[in-house]
Design a protein around this ligand. Structure first.
Ligand code: NI
Length: 373
């Protein structure tokens, strides 16, 4: 695959975005391209996505290169001539670029297969946005032999030709919570005859912020947001219950566990103080993405050698299910500058196609270097 073919491929899948586990057209296109280059694939048994394998002719290590393929339920407003033709669905997180970069990297590795020690597994992962694709891919067992994992992600605040690399926690563990405060509904004129859940819910929402201030080291980033409050349906009836939902974002497992425990305790105690009960549900997301320091050094050295500008990857409290792979083996989540000027998940998010080919070359070289015994 050459640069022109890569950009054509990218524009085509940008125009045809598909949601998680519905990436059928994208998968078919990737498989066709892999086959055309004589690249072997493994049957994951999943509805979409695939794993390509290059190498295995000479002894060495096994390197995993991971991209994600799914789009978002957003109506595109970029005005690009290759904008989404699927109403309400858009590649607004650059997964089209990731897929294209790793496909091109696979073809570059295939062209160098005689020189390749060990092997490279290129993971075309479905359904990242739902945060359940990685665990399904990992559960196939097809990646048990991988020694190191690398992921690519676009970054709109660096221009093309820049890589963002940093060791340590680069993405947070995105957990969710749901608290149902139960009281006893009654006529609004007679609150003393029922148990009003609304003051309890309001107190929980306010007091929850105190958990961060008093239980988390100020040098350890953590976020707690109450994002949804619902109770009652009219002005003259006190409801039976009130609902609170939100998210907790942490970078280390101790904070994660402590905030979960404190929030549960706080909900139950505050509810009880108001004569209510609280049902607490915790929705555990993927763990934080923690980049290996030595592997980041290796990636940085190679990037500089290849003429990239290398910037410090910025912190974000967003989440990524790439951590599922990193819980098994070390690796690094690396950022590719793709310009564009709009944040990801924005209707005007776009990727500078000139960033793709250099990134494909970088990941191919990185895998080749790291696969050496
Ligand atoms: Ni993404």
């Amino acid at each position: 695959m050459n640069e022109a073919e890569l950009i054509t491929f990218f524009k085509d899948i940008h125009a045809h975005p598909e949601l998680g586990f519905a990436e059928k057209r994208t998968t078919a296109k990737v498989l066709r391209a892999l086959r055309a280059h004589g690249i072997r694939t493994l049957d994951t048994g999943l509805p979409t996505g695939t794993i390509a394998v290059v190498g295995g002719r000479r002894p060495g290590r096994t390197i995993g290169l991971r991209c994600d393929m799914d789009a978002l339920p957003i109506q595109e407003e970029t005005g690009l001539d290759y904008a989404s033709v699927n109403p309400g669905v858009m590649h607004a997180c650059g997964h089209d670029a990731h897929t294209s970069i790793m496909l091109a990297a696979a073809t570059l590795l295939k062209a160098e297969e005689d020189q390749l020690d060990g092997s490279v597994k290129i993971i075309f992962q479905p359904s990242e946005e739902s945060a359940n694709g990685a665990s399904r891919v990992m559960a196939t067992g097809l990646l048990d032999d991988v020694d190191e994992f690398y992921a690519v992600h676009c970054y709109p605040w660096f221009r093309s030709g820049t890589l963002g690399i940093r060791e340590g926690a680069v993405m947070a563990a995105p957990d969710s919570f749901r608290i149902e405060v139960r009281g006893r509904g009654v006529h609004a004129a007679q609150p003393f005859k029922g148990v009003d859940p609304i003051p309890a819910a309001a107190t929980i929402a306010l007091a929850a912020q105190g958990i961060l201030r008093r239980t988390v080291d100020p040098f350890s980033p953590a976020v707690l947001s109450v994002t949804h409050i619902a109770a009652g349906s009219t002005w003259n009836v006190l409801p039976d219950s009130a609902l609170l939902e939100g998210t907790v974002r942490t970078l280390n497992p101790q904070d994660r566990e402590r905030i979960r425990a404190e929030l549960r305790q706080l909900s139950q105690s505050v509810a009880e103080a108001h004569g209510c009960t609280a049902a607490f549900h915790w929705g555990a997301g993927p763990a934080a993405v923690i980049n290996d320091a030595a592997l980041c050094d290796a990636a940085r050295r190679l990037a500089l050698e290849m003429g990239f500008r290398v910037e410090r990857q910025e912190d974000t409290m967003g989440g990524e299910d790439f951590s599922v792979y990193l819980e098994k083996r070390p690796g690094a989540f690396l950022r590719v500058g793709t310009g564009g000027g709009y944040p990801s998940h924005h209707a005007k998010y776009c990727v500078d196609p000139s960033a793709l080919w250099p990134a494909a070359r970088f990941f191919a070289c990185l895998a080749m270097e790291r696969a050496r015994p």
